[in-house]
Design a binder for this molecule. Structure first.
Ligand code: DI6
Ligand code: FE
Length: 420
């Protein structure tokens, strides 16, 4: 006889596995957890015993839907300050690139981030991360990239790890030292890259504070040659890479990332079919970021049809950051990826679960409802899974389970807006 901790009964499961049904659905189903793992999924009729005899706790969900806990695989949520002033400037017609070239943009967030203490960054991060969790997120990736000097980059990564200890969410960290050129390096871009490679990366690697390395390959960021140098250094430390690629122009960044076996290439509005082919061959996930597309009022759509044609897995993420995506909601990204990018609700949900886990190298552990995976479950008050993408600005979350434990929203989370 099994000995489960909890069995959730009378549920509908969107397992997001490839079991042949849309959403990998199993209707009139149950799912059992033991410790931090999923130990059984299947139809009610096949439960191997009377639920109250084989589980310590039985929860009747009366037809609610369960999905894997959502995975936000691309955020910049640890930062100082805000950029509401630039938001106003952009509304008066100044472009994101113009603001960036005039020393605003990422550099203005850099200044505020350098001035903040690690505690300040954690305090500011808590309500933002809470907001993601309230929307069903159980795993989040957080990048550095607003310090742009060794100590401040390390401070961001340490703050990100600290957030993962304070809140019931898995945090993956990414070192993004090659995000923008700090002003003290004006005109000396290659020297800054040398600092990233020779000082920052070794410090980050030695402290174990990053799980991956990213760069911003763009006309207003770094060249493919500079990106390649960063990737080569990351490889020496056995750190997987990902890349902000083809967001504003086609630089060939996605193909470069693919050559390095990157976990993901992200943004990709301007990617060519050759870039898509390279990603397909390397198994690199395409991470689409509709929040940035929306905020920057981009008009060039990412080539979703090409990703489909070449079987490149598509993830979607919030890109939550103070400049181009001040939107800490993955649910809203589900909606935007359908409305703006014409993805299907099923593709969108796969993008925020299975493919997002893949984009973090965590596919063996998270992203689907399957035996052996981590017991990260989002339970929703919905009648069909398409509702997760259908509603905009409405949150149907009923219960969140992280690592096998129900998240207590009254005691564990700081309500949005109360901290900072
Ligand atoms: N692309 C983005 O969308 C974010 N970083 C990047 O390289 C934006 C970061 C910011 O504007 O603060
Ligand atoms: Fe980003």
């Amino acid at each position: 006889m099994p000995d489960w901790d909890t069995v959730w009964i009378n549920a509908n499961l969107a397992t997001m596995t490839s079991n042949g049904a849309p959403y990998g659905a199993i209707r009139d189903a149950a799912i059992a957890t033991q410790g931090d793992r999923i130990v059984w999924t299947g139809p009610m009729a096949e439960i191997p015993g009377k639920p109250d005899l084989i589980a310590d706790e039985v929860v009747d969900l009366a037809g609610k839907w369960i999905t894997p806990g959502l995975v936000d695989c691309h955020t910049h949520l640890v930062f100082g300050g805000s950029r509401a002033g630039e938001f106003e400037q952009r509304l008066q017609g100044v472009s994101y690139e113009e603001i960036s070239r005039a020393g605003g943009g990422i550099v203005s967030t850099m200044t505020a981030t350098r001035e903040a203490t690690e505690d300040d960054l954690v305090t500011a991060g808590l309500p933002r991360l809470s907001n993601l969790i309230c929307g069903g997120v159980t795993t989040v990736e957080i990048k550095s990239g607003y310090g742009l000097e060794t100590a401040a980059e390390m401070k961001q990564l340490t703050a990100a790890r600290a957030l993962g200890k304070k809140l019931p969410v898995g945090v993956q960290t990414t070192f993004l030292g090659a995000h923008a050129l700090p002003p003290e390096f004006g005109g000396r871009q290659r020297e800054y890259i040398d600092l990233v490679i020779e000082e920052m990366l070794p410090a980050v690697a030695a402290s174990g504070s990053a799980d991956a390395v990213d760069a911003f390959c763009e006309s207003i960021g770094f060249t493919t040659a500079e990106t390649e140098a960063v990737f080569e250094a990351a490889q020496k430390f056995n750190l997987p890479v990902k890349l902000h690629a083809e967001q504003l122009s086609d630089q060939g960044g996605a193909a470069l990332a693919a050559r390095f076996g990157a976990l993901s290439a992200d943004h990709l509005e301007f990617i060519s079919e050759d870039g898509v082919r390279a990603m397909a061959a390397a198994g690199t996930v395409a991470v689409l970021l509709p929040g940035a597309y929306y905020t920057l009022r981009e008009t060039q759509l990412p080539p979703v049809d090409l990703f489909r044609k070449h079987n490149v897995p598509i993830a979607i993420a919030s890109d939550f950051n103070p400049g181009s995506s001040p939107i800490p909601s993955l649910l809203l990204m589900l909606n935007m990826s359908c409305t703006l990018f014409r993805m299907t609700p099923e593709e969108a949900l796969a993008g925020a679960t299975r493919h997002a886990a893949n984009a973090l190298g965590l596919e063996a552990d998270r992203g689907t409802l399957a035996v052996g995976k981590r017991a990260d479950l989002a339970i929703w008050n919905i009648n069909q899974p398409a509702e997760l993408a259908y509603w905009a600005g409405y949150n149907p979350l009923h219960t969140l389970v992280h690592d096998g434990a129900v998240v207590d929203f009254n005691t564990q989370l700081i309500a949005p807006g109360l901290a900072a």
